[in-house]
Design a protein around this ligand. Structure first.
Ligand SMILES: [Zn+2]
Length: 373
């Protein structure tokens, strides 16, 4: 199979909005998956993270079978590569599924999306962590064996159903929710930059007005409820999970991405930062974007990022802020398709200045805190 991105099927002068068909969130939602899938489907290929096979996998299989959905379960722990997706697709075909149900983190969901794309059947996503906004989108993050992002092909449609059990999400290590917050926080500023630059969203079109409202609401929710969610307040967890999964997903797919996401490929290529979660990369990339834009919200966002426990510098991402690493990051923006969605339009020199500013500001904080401690 070729690693191609789906070409826009309609002229770029038109504008499109997509979203999952149904989104269900709350404590205990996992056990409703069977009834919800059975409304429209009868044969499920259930893909589940290997570490969750005996717990979440067993519960989902029971829920599906009790609802009359004939289910074949497969546990996985591999990378999201075309090779792995091909192997899984062959296995799935033996069951003739009319739906793929994928439960786990981003890798499992993206492998499920790859199978759904190849078989042209709908997918149901059941994220067990809220570390990014992939569960609602049609985009597949495809990697090579060295875990470098190589392509972002699309499914024919967004997930038919997204089920987010907040009891499961709240039980996961907090770094996953923090990552989700970092990923979601940037969407408002990326959508704004994309609009200013007359850039294109994932449909390769200009955005409608709606995604910007969603991205603004997403940001407000994170600012208002983020800290309480990280502290474990159940009501705040509900609000923030919705912002991180549903709002952030609709915002990026329809509103467009910009510099914060353009930097993530560079951060995956640098020693140290490559071990951190996607949302940690995006939070740092957002600070560089806002510094580059000389944005009025730079200081406030930096304060939020630091207070909630996300990285404010390369040093905090365990990466040496060397000239070589800073050049890798700057070049990743110049090479990214999102470069065209940046405003002002970045050059190597302007990016190096912004990266330097973020690093210096973080070390100044550290010194100031040291003096007052
Ligand atoms: Zn993201």
């Amino acid at each position: 199979m070729g690693a191609l991105s789906a070409a826009a099927p309609i002229p770029p002068a038109l504008r499109t909005f997509v979203a999952p068909t149904r989104y269900v969130q709350g404590p205990g939602a996992l056990d409703k998956v069977g009834n919800l899938v059975a409304l429209r489907r009868s044969r499920a290929y259930l893909l589940v993270d290997m570490q969750l096979a005996d717990t979440i996998g067993v519960r989902l299989a029971a829920s599906l079978n009790e609802a009359g959905v004939a289910t074949l379960m497969k546990s996985v722990d591999g990378e999201v590569t075309w090779s792995n997706i091909d192997t899984l697709t062959k296995h799935a075909r033996s069951h003739s599924p009319d739906v793929i149900v994928a439960a786990g983190g981003g890798k499992v969901l993206d492998q499920g999306k790859g199978i759904a794309r190849t078989l042209d059947v709908p997918i149901v996503t059941v994220p067990t962590i809220a570390s990014n906004d992939g569960p609602t989108s049609r985009v597949i993050a495809l990697y090579d064996e060295q875990h470098q992002l190589v392509d972002t092909p699309h499914m024919q449609a967004n997930p038919e159903l997204v089920v987010v059990d907040t009891t499961v999400i709240a039980a996961a290590p907090i770094r996953f929710l923090l990552s989700g917050i970092g990923d979601a926080l940037a969407k408002k500023f990326e959508a704004e930059a994309c609009a200013r630059a007359a850039g294109l969203n994932s449909h390769r079109q200009r955005a409608l007005a709606l995604p910007a409202f969603i991205a603004d609401g997403c940001f407000d929710e994170l600012v208002t409820h983020g800290a309480d969610a990280v502290s474990g307040s159940p009501d705040a967890v509900e609000r923030v999970v919705e912002a991180c999964v549903l709002m952030s997903g609709m915002a990026f797919e329809n509103g467009g991405l910009s510099m914060a996401h353009a930097m993530t490929r560079g951060l995956m290529a640098c020693p140290g930062s490559d071990a951190h979660l996607h949302g940690f990369h995006v939070a740092y990339g957002l600070l560089v974007q806002l510094a580059h834009e000389d944005h009025a919200s730079y200081a406030a966002v930096r304060q939020y990022v630091a207070a909630i426990g996300l990285p404010c510098s390369l040093t905090q991402l365990d990466t040496e802020p060397s000239d070589a690493n800073r050049r890798v990051l700057a070049q990743s923006v110049l090479d990214s398709p999102h470069r065209a969605n940046c405003d002002p339009y970045p050059s190597l020199a302007s990016l190096m200045v912004a990266i330097d500013k973020v690093e210096v500001d973080a070390s100044t904080d550290l010194n100031a805190n040291g003096r007052t401690a």
